[in-house]
Design a protein around this ligand. Sequence first.
Ligand code: DQA
Length: 156
Amino acid sequence: MGSGREGPAVSLVVLLSGPNLNLLGEREPAVYGTATLAEHVARAEATAVRHGFTLEHLASNHEGELVEAVHSARGRAAALVINAGALSHTSWSLHDAVAAFEGPVVELHLSNPAAREPFRHTSVLAPVADGLIAGFGGLGYELAVDAVAQLLKGAP
Ligand code: DQA
């Protein structure tokens, strides 16, 4: 029986989805494709299971709820994958929360923000993430989980 004071569950990867991603499938399909968020999460989950990890997903349109989800991942999850939507470009509170997370962090985007409007060219999460996967659509959800799995297994 556990003492309840163990360190991070090596097996848990937390995936966070920010504002408006709940509309995927209907929202700007020319930019984001026609797959729903549930379909992307299923891809991430299948990849996590293939690597022997468990995936927990939270989607929220509220900045504070995402900040609290990062807090709740601390000491419990081994890694974070975050598509914070437009909060990626603006949220210093999410930046600070992610900075306080101990494990690997991958920033994820369906589109390639660097190839879009100027306001999307800056990510405030980039300085506190280990890396960025962007522009590969739904494939990015698999690549992001592959990346954290490799990092957790000690790959450089
Ligand atoms: C996005 C890119 C962001 O610029 C945008 O605000 C989103 C989606 C992406 O996945 O491509 O909501 O994070």
